[in-house]
Design a protein around this ligand. Sequence first.
Ligand SMILES: Nc1nc2c(ncn2[C@@H]2O[C@H](COP(=O)(O)OP(=O)(O)OP(=O)(O)O)[C@@H](O)[C@H]2O)c(=O)[nH]1
Length: 447
Amino acid sequence: MSECISLHVGQGGIRMSDPMWRLFCREHEMTLNGSHTPLLPIPTLEDETFYKVFEETSQGKYHPRALLVDLEPTATDVVRSGQCRDLFVSDQIISETGSTNNTFFGSFGGANHSVLEESLDVIRQMAESCSNLEGFMLFHAIGGGTGSGLGTRLLEELLDRFEKSQNLAFCVLPSPQPQSPSFEAFNTLLAMNSLQTVSHVTTLYENAAMRDIFEKDPYVSTSTMDDLNHLLTQSISAVTTDIRFDGNLHPTLADFQTNLVPYPRFPFVSTSFAPISSFDRTCHQYSVEDLILSLPTPTNQLATINHKTGKIFGATFMIRGAIVPRDIGQSVVMGLKKLLTFVDWAPTGMKFGLNYRHPTRLPDSPLYSGQRSACMLANTTGLRPIFSGIVEKFDEKLGRKEDLGRFLDDGAEETDFVEARESLSRLVGDYCEVEQEVDEEEELQDG
Ligand SMILES: Nc1nc2c(ncn2[C@@H]2O[C@H](COP(=O)(O)OP(=O)(O)OP(=O)(O)O)[C@@H](O)[C@H]2O)c(=O)[nH]1
């Protein structure tokens, strides 16, 4: 048996934990007070996938293998009094009485060292109760200081302490708006630079892209942060189905890296999910082919990706629910090849995983779940506009000396920004080079 520990860091990461663990509980037949659904047999140690994400307490209840940590108590207080209040034990929730709007450096290092130490201590205890710790999943938003700084610092520390462990980060990027505060631009640049080094795989989500999806849905009039979190939850459930239910594509965290990341300096992937539609359309059942071929379209992409110019290093498709292997035939593969361009040296290319677990939805979710769902993770140069946007936003805000001063006060040095900017610009350059090479090869082949 092997286990995964989930880390929800900062307000965004903790707010995501509520729908996520409520959905996981439904999928694993658990009640929200930590009991197994009464009519079902109590899980035995042979139910390995159950124990992968849940742990038995000394009182015979079950709770998620998870840590929720923030440097101020708003989000943790909501969990402590919310629907999941009996699911987590008190040690799993750590918060300070500090302020919001921390900087990456304030959270990454010095100022909040006690929270870091406390978190590492709780993780150590959780790891000791694992028989074979596989690794960590990080859930965070990186516009704020805690999700960006403490989130990436934890990954760095854990790589050091658990050398064989793997990690998978679910990272929410802020919506780039002209009036957005400069500290968001600084935190994002620093966190992405750090993730490039400390994460094995990072799946990127953009609040703006997810909001666009809702706005284009004729059945949905508005989208709240809770709606975005329901969408994130559906996709996180799809991405982790094979880990939690022993599938064939990503049964371990290490398989994500093997299948998707050709070189460690390209750990970033995009997520697409289908169906995404409001609950009003329950009667429509999408075919497997419809679902898969809709994945590269903007209305199913949870971050803005340009698949027209982007070249793919590796892509995995996770199809779940009412499916049979012959549903993924030649027409699906040919259809995808028309929509996506792969680099010819990609060691893994396109991979499919089937899982017969039906998708599930929460009663308060505005989203439809249906009998089947499809999810694509793609490591693609189509992510380039996201990275160039981060660098541009940083350049635009650099003149805000006051905000920069807050970072310097928290221990940053100007070289930290220079290095982070250089490293992301280099990544943009690498993506460009790959795109040019593939285009030139295609032109040669076309004669
Ligand atoms: N998807 C989603 N994004 C969120 C949520 N809450 C905050 N965000 C985004 O997260 C970014 C701000 O980060 P937070 O997580 O609120 O802040 P933090 O990491 O706790 O950091 P500080 O409060 O600055 O210490 C902004 O871009 C928000 O749009 C949420 O519930 N869901």
